[in-house]
Ligand binder design. Structure first.
Ligand SMILES: [Zn+2]
Ligand SMILES: [Zn+2]
Length: 138
């Protein structure tokens, strides 16, 4: 079993993920754009039991999703780095923000969602399944 580690920018919160992720997605929805301050957000979707905090504690807030559910968004209380999301509709999963991994170079998206909000200067990797909206829940 492999273990990957990550944390926030100030180092106050650290986490690890053991085992294989379920999926990795790039998302162009307006919430991901606002959260990341960029053109898209990334999610590394892992089973809840494979994720654990190993240092510090997060704060969180809950926001509605476009599909009518909610998602709890967890961040470092000191530096504000967004670390993971807990979707109410998929309570068995944690959506880790893979940019917070110590080494995210091996994380490749398997799907692109909300492409109707994609800026036209972004090129999606060839062969990647694309969805205009989110095919599942947010
Ligand atoms: Zn921090
Ligand atoms: Zn999104």
């Amino acid at each position: 079993m492999t273990t990957i580690r990550g944390g926030c920018q100030c180092g106050g919160v650290r986490y690890e993920v053991t085992g294989d992720p379920i999926a990795a997605a790039m998302c162009f929805c307006t919430d991901c754009q606002a959260q990341s301050g960029s053109a898209f957000g990334m999610s590394l979707i892992v089973p809840k039991e494979s994720f654990r905090l190993v240092k510090g504690a997060t704060k969180s807030f809950t926001r509605p999703t476009e599909s009518g559910s909610t998602v709890e968004c967890a961040f470092c209380p000191d530096c504000g780095t967004r670390l993971f999301h807990l979707p109410a509709a998929k309570a068995e999963r944690v959506n880790v923000k893979p940019g917070t991994l110590d080494d995210a170079s091996h994380i490749r998206p398997m799907v692109a969602v909300w492409t109707r909000r994609k800026p036209d200067w972004v090129t999606i990797p060839e062969g990647l399944p694309q969805f205009e909206r989110n095919p599942g829940s947010a």
